[in-house]
Design a protein around this ligand. Sequence first.
Ligand code: UDX
Ligand code: ADP
Length: 455
Amino acid sequence: MVKILCIGAGYVGGPTMAMIAKKNPKVKVTVVDINQKRIDAWNSDNLPIYEPGLDEVVKAARGKNLFFSTNVDKGIKEADIIFVSVNTPTKTFGHGAGCAADLQYWEKCARRILELSTSDKIVVEKSTLPVRTAAAMERILDSGKNGVHFDVLSNPEFLAEGTAIADLENPDRILIGGHPTARGKKAIKALVDVYAAWVPKEKILTTNLWSSELSKLTANAFLAQRVSSINSISALCEATDADVGEVARAIGMDSRIGPKFLKASVGFGGSCFKKDILNLVYLCESYGLHEVAEYWRQVVKMNEYQERRFVSRMLKEMFNTIAGKRIALFGFAFKADTGDTRESPAILIARELLEENAEVVITDPQALEHAKIDLADVIDRINFEPDPYKAAKGAHAVALLTEWKEYKTLDYQKIFDGMVQPAFLFDGRNHLDHKALHKIGFNVYSIGKAALKHI
Ligand code: UDX
Ligand code: ADP
C-alpha cells in the first residue's frame, strides 16, 4: 500500500489530501500539522476551514484511508510520498523583507525529513515557492549519509478558495515538475498515478522542475494582472460615465481575451496573489531584471490604489466627513464562500475608516472570527454583528465588500428604513441591483459605473 504524507493541514493541504484519499481508496493518506487545534478540528464535525462540499469529501475517507494527526515524525518515517504544504509567507525581516518568501518552515521540514528517513522518498513541493527552491531542497536532502535517496518534485496547487472541491474534482490541469533522469521519471510516474485515479491523462502535464515552480507564480501573476487591469479601467469609467461591466463584456467576447477574471472590484485579496507577485518581483530583482520586476510590482500597486480609492470616494460623497458616522461593512472575507480573510481589502478599508473616526460595524456570514484577529489592535473601536439588518440599523452608509449571495436577497427597504438619511450604499463588488436600490431611496455608488444619486 502506497503511503502518502502531507505536512501542513491548511487551505491547500487539507482539501487536496481529502480528494486524493477519496479517489485512491487503496492509498493511505495522512495529514500532519504542528497545530493541535487545527488537527482536532479536521478530526471533528466542525472543519477548520469553510469550503462548500468539503465536509462530504472528508467524511467519505476519514478514518478509512485518510488520517489527521500531529505526529509529524511517525508520518515522515512511514511515508513513500511526502507533500510539503506548509506556509511560505512574505518575509517580514532581513533581506527581501516585504517581498521575498520566508522559507524557514519549508527548510525545517526538509531537515526533519532528512533526519528521520530510513527509506527512499519522493518529496513534493505543494506550497508555492520561488523558482529553484527545489535545488536548495535537494542540497539539504542530499547531505545525508545513510544512503537514503530523495526525489524532489514540484506539484503546485491551482485550486481557488470557495470552489476548492470543484477545482480538485475537475482541474484544468495537474502540473508535475521533475528531473528528466531515469530516477526523476520514475518519481514523476508515481505521482502521475495518484492523480490518474480521477484526472484524465491529457490533463496531467509534466515539465522540468523550474518550469513547474515558475508556472505557479506566473499563473497567479496573470490572474491578478487581469483584475488590476479591469480595476484601473474602472477608475476611468467613473470619470467618464462609461460602465465597466459593459466594457468587460465587450472585451471579454473577444476570444483572445476571454470573459473570466474581468470583474471590477474593491481589490483582490487572498493569501496568494499579493504574496506570489511580490515573490516574482523579488526573484526578478535578484536576477537583475529590474524592468520586469517593476512591471509586475505595478499590479500590486494598482490593487492598493483601488482599495484606497474606494475609501476616498466614500469620504468625498459623504460630504467629506465620516467622523462619528456609523458605517456597516457587508462582508469581510476576501471573496464569497470562504471564511478566509487573508489580505482581504476589507482589512485596509476598515482601518482607513477608523482613521477618519467613523464608527465601523462589520458583518459577515463566515469570517467574523478571522476579522476579529485581523483587527485585534483596534477591536475596541469596532462592532462585529452577524445579523446584517442589525449592522445596518442606524448606519449612514452600507459598504458591500464581499459578494455573498445572501446579500442579494436581503430586504433593502427594511435596511433603508432603519438608516440615517440620506442613506448611502457603496457596492464594492457590483453585486446588487443598483436601480432597485436607487428606487428605494439609496444613493448608490458602485465600481466603475455612474453613481445613482438623490442628492
Ligand atoms: C487564487 C488562484 O485563482 C488559484 O488558482 C491559486 O491556487 C490561489 O490563488 P484564490 O485567491 O483562492 O485563488 O481566489 P480567486 O478566485 O483567484 O480570487 C482572488 C481575488 O481576486 C479575490 O479577492 C476575488 O474577489 C478577486 N477577483 C477575482 C476580482 O476582484 N475580480 C475577478 O474578476 C476575479
Ligand atoms: P495554505 O493556505 O497554503 O494551505 P496555511 O497557512 O493555511 O497555508 O497552512 C499551512 C500549515 O502548515 C499551517 O497549519 C501550519 O501550522 C503548518 N506547518 C507549518 N510548519 C510546519 C511544520 N514544520 N510541521 C507541520 N506543520 C507545519
